[in-house]
Each structure stands twice: as C-alpha cells, then as structure tokens.
Design a protein around this ligand. Sequence first.
Ligand code: SF4
Length: 314
Amino acid sequence: MPVHHLHKAQLSRQIKSEAEKLGFFACGISRAGALPQDARRVEQWLEKGMQGEMHYLTRNREKRYDATRLVEKARSVISVLISYYPQKELSEKSYYKIAKYAYGRDYHFVIKQKLSRLLQQIEQATGKRNARIFTDSAPVLDRAAARRAGLGFIGKNTTLISRRAGSFFFIGHIIIDLELAYDDEITENFCGNCTKCIDACPTGALSAFELDARRCISYLTIEYRGEKIPETFKGKWKQWIFGCDICQDVCPWNRKALPATEPAFQPSEALKNMTRRDWENLDKPTFKKLFKNTPLERTGWKGLQRNIRFLQDD
Ligand code: SF4
C-alpha cells in the first residue's frame, strides 16, 4: 500500500513512540543504501588482519555494507537502542569480572522479540511488508546504520556513543521496504582531545577509531578459540574472564549511562552471589544450569575455565 507524504512523518513518529513503549530508549530512521565510507574502513581493518579468528566477519561482506542487499526493495532502516547498564556491578566477592552486557539473559532473543512486536504494529498500519530484523548479526551495519539514524557517533574506542546515554546499550534494526521520514546522520565526533580509552586499555588494543581484536581482552576471552591465551598478555589484565568494559568504563560519556529497565538484562541471583571460589570450582553441569540462555554460553564452560586458569597462573 503506498504511503503518502504526510503519512510518512506520522507513521515514523508512531514507530518511535511504539519503540519507546517496548523499552528502547532511542529510535532513529535512516534511508537504506550503501555505506561506502564505513565499508572502506572495515575493509582496511580486515586487510590488516585485525579481526583475528573472527572469520565470519569476512563472509557476506558486500551484504553487510548495504541494507538493500539484505532485504529486497529495502527503503528504510529503523534502528533502536536498549540499555543494559546494570544498577550495580558484581560484588567484590566475585573477584572475577564479566562484561556488563553479559549480566542478563541472551539479548538476541529479547531484542528480536521486541522488534517482531514493533514490526507487527507497523504491518497493522501499512499491510504486510518485506522486512527483516537484525541484532548484532551484521556488525558493520549495526553502528553505521545507528549513526546514520542520528543515534550517536563512533568514539575512539570504536563503540557507538549516544550523547544522551553513553555506550552501554544493544543495537537492533528493522530493515523494511517502506519509505519513512529520515533523521539527520551524525557525522561529527565528540571525543575532542580525550584519549582515555586508548590510554586505559591494558593490552594496547586501541588506537584512535581502530581496535586490534587480536589484542582485545573481549575478543581473547570470548571469540578466540585457542587452547591458551597467548603468554605475551600475562599479567596485563585485571580479572576479566568474559569480555571487558575498560574502554567504556573510562569514557566520560558513560557518566550518562542509563540504567537498564529491561528485567531480562538484570543479573540472576545466582550470578550476584558468585564468589571467587564458586568461579574456580564451577563444574560443567552447574555452568549449564546457571548460564543457560545467557551470553556466557558463547565461550562455554571450557572457554571460561581457560580464562580463569590464565589469571590463576599470574
Ligand atoms: S574515552 Fe574519550 S576518546 Fe575514548 S571514546 Fe570516550 S570520549 Fe572518545
């Protein structure tokens, strides 16, 4: 069904207000199309081999640089942000640290469900659409599309930073064959002279706007599949055993981080009560019971053991 000019602005406003009701603190809309600048940056990064063993980043690249290649006749990308910033970090008795995004349940499922509901509401107004939902499945597009939709700028730590809410949030999108009203892209960077993230990274993984995944604690504790974490990093990182938040924790924009309102992103009682000894003695059945349907499943029990051992031998 054709959507008229006036209708477009109205519908876009409605989509944003529904997104807010679903728990997204921000929603922006951009025109679907090629992202040549972002594509170039990623291609250069891949050429340097900075993706490490994340071979999936080299597959289907052309598709990730252009929403119209992911969804036939795509016209718009609706981008949403949802906070995962916890009220409190894990207590001292946990000793080991996990990245804050992993405190709650698997976000893919939670966000997909919310975006399906948003899509249903759109289709109620416009009729059936050609559309697809994405969260974290097209990493290039994620930040680039959200930036294009006016939701934030890319910081020197390579995360998307919202001037309203820092960077502790997940990004999701609906790519859709519907013409909508578009927000202004953010092309400026608001880091200024700050280099806090670069200075704070204990493994030297960051240079301005570029992350060498091969040195990144987050990559090495989650995506890296080697039997042992390379010895060169011995003594270099605090107690991170799954992911790392250092470059975001030090970022001044995160003084504005919005506390998560989504119940699924709150830590379970079991996680809140973990002690150093519990982590070190965690057996496989207990791991499976405690961390089923959480991001920790990605590294698995064996990976977590490897990460704990690496710090124990320090
Ligand atoms: S810590 Fe400073 S340089 Fe790094 S992303 Fe934040 S504002 Fe930018």
